[in-house]
Design a protein around this ligand. Sequence first.
Ligand code: MG
Length: 386
Amino acid sequence: MTKRKNIAVLGSTGSIGTQTLDVVRQHPDRFRIQMISANNSAELLVQQALAFQVPHVVICNPDKYREVRDALPASIQVHAGIDEACALVQAPETDVVVAAMVGFSGLKPTLSAISAGKTIALANKETLVAAGALVMEQARVCRAPILPVDSEHSAIFQCLQGAQGNAIRLIHLTASGGPFRTWTHAQIAHARKEQALKHPNWDMGAKITIDSATMMNKGFEMIEAKWLFDVDPSRIHVVVHPESVIHSMVEFADGAVIAQLGSPDMRLPIQLAMAFPERLPLEGKRLNFSELQGLSFYEPDREKFPCLQLASVAMERGGNIPCAMNAANEAAVAAFLQDRIGIYDIPETISRVMDGVNFVSNPSLEDIFACHEEAFRMAETFLRPL
Ligand code: MG
């Protein structure tokens, strides 16, 4: 019998976190939840702790500690603060850490898990955007396997399983194009939050859904692919594929293109990352090829979606620039969600911040944290107050 894997979930109440627990619910003989953490969603965290009888529960916002502690029996240990989450992911009994926190805040606990040599199921792409060189080096030194949960990167990872060490000629990174794919520049300029939050194919959290609407998400994913698969930026090609049937492709020297297809369901990459190399059964919608109306592909429009271009520039410049870009984006997306700015103010802010920060070519972890703070504050000065 295969050993049950102990899973720690950073960000268990978000979109990836709840779907991770769905996977565990379907395979109780294979996975056991060892630890869950959330920033603020105390109520859902408590429900999850009870449903899965999770031994360790972390609420990162210490103001919510009482609420969580009082709602749970003494058999469940409740901890407060991000530092507790960083310590708990290193527990010897933990096998896989699902890094599903949103944004830059995921960097510290993910690095902590890597340092302990844990297998990382990585959903938090901002970790690699902000500190890809450091994260990959740490993973190499500590022999921590990083398995991608992002659907495109999981697809690339799957396409590479038969590569036998042959080099990648091109990665074709597919993009749905988001809710504004067919809109004009002028229409996008007046897009409201509610419209940006309606993704055509994927059901995700608010931050990543806005990132998809601006295509910054695809920009992040280019950088994520560069680090995960150790490829030169020139070998990453973004292609818009509105049906989201092909989740990405790898092209080799002989022109062969290997693709991974499936219904858009994040539980597949989550489950594969946790169970790898095994493929476990997964209930859900299957692709029906006779019902497919055809697959289409376009080049992305970088004028309508300047975030994609900014990400290319950041990836080329390297150093701390992707970190600054990510921080500016976090500040700007938060402002957009508060109705403080229009959608094109997001790339405008990012561009000004990328030009404004001091360039550091080989940033240390301290440099990265300092750059994030500086860039976030700089972005705030460009954004209108409430
Ligand atoms: Mg993705």
